[in-house]
Design a protein around this ligand. Structure first.
Ligand code: AP5
Ligand code: MG
Length: 215
């Protein structure tokens, strides 16, 4: 299974990719998670990208494409892409990689969400600093305030989840990533899912789409 989840910040790409990749036994490749991990490690790549990520701007295409290509090379059995591609050049680079490797995308799914709802969601998101589990004070609160249910580590907020930065990320999405919808509508198996439904309902719809492609 090779699937791409498209969607604005906060649409639920990460939440759904984690569930689906575990159920389908494929790798979840999340460009934002990879960058945050490099930033935490203070690696050369982390130092190169940290200002872009913090400000809600896109990391240059050449850097993203090099990183994701190496991940794709390492998991030929299948993947769910979350947060990549995000520009026309990234989509073309992915197509080139697929062609060179004799593979194709089974499904591109756009998770649709309204902007005001996304701002509420992201300013209420907390992430476990230990295991990376994602919570939401409005829709998925932890059992004990500020602590992860799974590993009890402290919950932290992403540096790009302030309202001003979320609004900038939404502008960047509208300018550079939303045009990929028409790119994929014409070139690949394309689906849309309403992201404002409860999490389980979004998962069920996505599973239905992917199961039909697998059959
Ligand atoms: P990235 O990490 O990809 O962030 P994003 O696209 O802005 O998306 P988010 O991770 O904020 O949202 P999500 O859709 O994953 O939502 P989630 O499931 O967490 O990128 C960060 C930065 O890295 C970029 O700004 C850029 O700098 C850089 N970058 C990354 N990729 C790049 C690329 N390809 N090119 C260039 N730069 C790149 O859900 C959000 C919240 O809502 C959670 O609290 C969750 O619990 C809750 N929730 C989820 N679903 C539901 C539901 N159905 N109902 C109620 N609550 C829900
Ligand atoms: Mg995410």
């Amino acid at each position: 299974m090779r699937a791409v989840l498209l969607g604005c910040p906060g649409a639920g790409k990460g939440t759904q990719s984690k569930i689906l990749s575990a159920r389908l036994g494929v790798t979840h490749i999340a460009s934002g998670d990879l960058f945050r991990s490099e930033i935490d490690k203070k690696s050369p790549l982390g130092l190169k990208v940290q200002d872009y990520v913090k400000k809600g701007m896109l990391v240059p295409d050449s850097v993203v494409i090099e990183l994701i290509s190496s991940k794709l090379d390492a998991c030929k059995e299948g993947w769910i892409l979350d947060g990549f591609p995000r520009t026309h050049d990234q989509a073309e680079a992915l197509d080139k990689w697929l062609e060179q490797n004799g593979q194709k995308i089974d499904a591109v799914v756009f998770i649709k969400m309204g902007e005001d709802e996304v701002v509420k969601r992201l300013t209420s998101r907390w992430t476990c600093g230990g295991c990376g589990a994602v919570y939401n004070l409005l829709t998925k609160p932890p059992q004990a305030e500020g602590k992860c249910d799974a590993c009890a580590a402290a919950l932290i907020q992403r540096s790009d989840d302030s309202e001003a930065t979320v609004r900038r990320r939404l502008m960047v999405f509208n300018d550079l990533t939303a045009p990929l919808i028409s790119y994929y509508k014409h070139a690949h198996d394309y689906f849309e899912v309403e992201g404002s439904q409860p999490m389980d309902a979004v998962t069920a719809t996505l599973e239905g789409i992917l199961a039909a492609k697998k059959a």
